[in-house]
Design a protein around this ligand. Structure first.
Ligand SMILES: Nc1nc2c(ncn2[C@@H]2O[C@H](COP(=O)(O)OP(=O)(O)O)[C@@H](O)[C@H]2O)c(=O)[nH]1
Ligand SMILES: [Mg+2]
Length: 233
C-alpha cells in the first residue's frame, strides 16, 4: 500500500535551527509537516510558519506531550507518522531513506539508529551511550527484541501507533514506543542514521547532568512500567 506520511517535530526554543531544518525536508514526501511548539519563549513558532510548517501550540510541557498533541492534528488521510527532533542533530536525508524502507510495506515501525554508523564526535555523550546500551539490553532481556538505539527519528504506521497506547508524556516517549512494540511483536527495523552535534541553541536534556539524570530515570521507569502493566486489550 502506498503510504501517506505526516512528520511531527516537537520543539522547545529552537528558533535558531528549526527554520533551516524545515526547509531541508524534501518537498512532496509529507502530506503534513507539523512543528509542535511546546511553550517556546523564542521565535520558534514564527520561524517554523515562515519555513512552511504547520505550527501547533501545546503549552503543557513535555516531549511526549508535544508528540501526542501533534498526532491529534494529523489529517485522516495519513497512514504513517514520522518523528524528528527540532535541533537539526538528525539528517533529513536519512528520513527519506527511512520512508523508502517503510514503503517496502514490510514494517510497522522503522527507527533511525545513531549508533549503527559513527555519530559525529561530541553528538552523543558517554552517558547517552551508556543509557542507550542499558535500556536496549533491558528490552532484549525482557522481550527478546534487539534495538541499538532510542533515537528520536522514527516512522510508525498510524494503526500500530494506536495499538501501543502510549502513556508517557515526557522523555519516556521513545522508549515506551519501542518497549510496547517489542511486547506486541510489531515488525520493526533499524536504519543507520547520521547524528550531529547541535550547532545552535542549547541542549535541554543530555547537555546537563541533571537533564540526563532525569531522562535516564524516566526511561528506566518507563521500561519497568511496560513490564509490569500489560497493554489494555
Ligand atoms: N516538546 C518538548 N520538546 C523538548 C523539550 N525539551 C527538549 N525538547 C525538544 O526535544 C529535542 C531534543 O532535545 P535536546 O535539547 O536537543 O536534547 P539533546 O538531544 O539530549 O541535547 C529538541 O527538538 C528539543 O527542542 C520539552 O520539554 N518539550
Ligand atoms: Mg538534541
Amino acid at each position: 500500500m502506498r503510504q501517506t506520511y505526516a512528520l511531527i517535530i516537537p520543539a522547545l526554543n529552537e528558533a535558531e535551527s528549526i527554520g533551516m531544518l524545515v526547509r531541508q525536508i524534501p518537498r512532496g514526501i509529507f502530506a503534513q509537516v507539523i512543528v509542535v511548539d511546546n511553550g517556546s519563549q523564542d521565535q520558534t513558532a514564527v520561524v517554523s510558519t515562515a519555513a512552511g510548517a504547520q505550527v501547533v501550540s501545546e503549552p503543557r510541557r513535555g516531549y511526549g506531550q508535544a508528540c501526542w498533541t501533534g498526532i491529534q492534528h494529523v489529517q485522516d488521510s495519513v497512514t504513517a507518522i514520522a518523528f524528528m527532533d527540532a535541533d537539526f542533530a538528525d539528517d533529513p536525508e536519512d528520513l527519506v531513506k527511512m520512508l523508502q524502507r517503510f514503503d517496502e510495506d514490510k514494517w510497522d515501525m522503522v527507527l533511525g539508529s545513531r549508533v549503527m554508523r559513527n555519530p559525529e564526535p561530541g553528538s552523543l555523550t558517554s552517558l547517552q551511550r551508556f543509557g542507550n546500551w542499558l535500556s536496549t539490553r533491558l528490552i532484549a532481556m525482557i522481550w527478546h527484541v534487539r534495538f541499538t538505539d532510542l533515537g528520536p527519528m522514527r516512522v510508525v504506521r498510524r494503526d500500530s501507533l494506536a495499538l501501543l497506547d502510549l502513556r508517557d508524556r515526557t522523555f519516556g516517549w521513545t522508549v515506551e514506543m519501542q518497549a510496547r512494540a517489542a511486547q506486541l511483536r510489531l515488525r520493526v527495523c533499524e536504519v543507520p542514521a547520521h547524528y550531529h552535534r547541535r550547532v545552535h541553541g542549547r541542549s535541554k536534556i543530555s547537555g546537563t547532568v541533571l537533564g540526563s539524570f532525569r531522562a535516564g530515570v524516566r526511561i528506566l521507569w518507563t521500561i519497568l512500567r511496560c513490564c509490569i502493566l500489560p497493554l489494555r486489550p
